[in-house]
Ligand binder design. Structure first.
Ligand SMILES: [Ca+2]
Length: 306
């Protein structure tokens, strides 16, 4: 069993115990983005991911040899057809209401540390997909930083970023509960039931069918005013759905001066519904994942197919 699975018990406690008093405060969601804001808009979209430089991770899920491609912390991978591109995609399945996700294991990938990271992947939810019925869950993918170890649990860290569909919206979120005793304290809100979080949701409900959709995000750590010993509110959380900017924040704080060397260096795929939050058995698929220091953009073929 992967260590991610081993810590999921803690994970569920954290997210379920939180009193989501701030559910309506979903920030972000700036519409009317200009074409210049679309990642890859000025480049050859998919081609840019392969040849444009800056690519840290590129995974097509066309075969099950993920461990040969530096993925770790999980050993079971179910590669199936019907992909967004290529021969395959990775399948995650909830077979009943009591079991954790199966088919494929949660997995991780380390990459060259960067303070500005872009991600692109394709996500497909099975027909009749059901949401949690709450304002939180499922979880899906995460970034972690150099301030935590390679096997650290994502639910309690110095900074974890979340990219996930929640209630049909695209949610970018954060937590940093491990900083509660740091000199400058928490940066992602006060503890509620022992946990904290910030949410940056799309304004619109986007995931409404069982088709492939292109999910993209950018996270950039805020700079630090070392002389005044304080963070500058210039961190970035941006999200795109099928090439359209749906979350656009460039004024957030993701770290304090306690972490001047912090960089993003770890990505995790870990689809997860908390206990009692899975509405019925269902599946999801992920394909054509790229992590880069530069904008990536949708696959050219997928764009043309719309
Ligand atoms: Ca593929």
């Amino acid at each position: 069993m992967s260590r991610i699975c081993a810590i999921l018990g803690i994970w569920v406690c954290g997210w379920m115990m939180v009193a989501w008093a701030g559910a309506a405060d979903a920030p972000g969601a700036v519409a009317g983005a200009g074409a210049a804001d679309a990642p890859g808009a000025a480049a050859g979209a998919g081609a840019a991911a392969g040849a444009g430089g800056g690519v840290l991770v590129s995974e097509s899920f066309d075969d099950a040899g993920l461990l040969k491609r530096e993925w770790y912390d999980g050993e079971q991978f179910r590669i199936v057809g019907g992909a967004a591109a290529g021969k395959g995609c990775i399948e995650y399945e909830w077979v009943d209401l009591k079991s954790r996700v199966s088919g494929s294991a949660p997995i991780r990938r380390l990459f060259e540390p960067t303070d500005d990271v872009y991600i692109r992947f394709y996500l497909r939810l099975s027909k009749g997909w059901g949401w949690s019925g709450k304002t939180y869950h499922p979880h899906l993918t995460h970034f972690m930083t150099t301030e935590n170890a390679a096997y650290a649990g994502p639910a309690a860290s110095h900074l974890t970023m979340y990219i996930e569909p929640v209630g049909g919206k695209l949610r970018l979120a954060t937590q940093d509960i491990q900083n509660k005793d740091a000199p400058h304290g928490l940066t992602q809100g006060p503890l509620k039931g022992g946990y904290n979080e910030m949410w940056y949701d799309s304004k619109e409900i986007l995931f409404v069918d069982d088709q492939w959709h292109c999910v993209e995000a950018e996270f950039k750590l805020n700079t630090l005013d070392v002389a005044k010993d304080r963070p500058n509110p210039d961190g970035i959380a941006r999200g795109w759905f099928d090439g359209k900017l749906v979350v656009d924040r460039k004024d957030i704080i993701l770290r304090s001066t306690d972490f001047p060397k912090m960089k993003f260096n770890q990505f995790i795929i870990a689809p997860y519904f908390g206990t009692g939050l899975l509405p019925h058995p269902q599946k999801l698929w992920i394909d054509e994942l790229v992590i880069s220091t530069k904008p990536i953009g949708p696959l050219a073929a997928a764009k043309e197919g719309k």
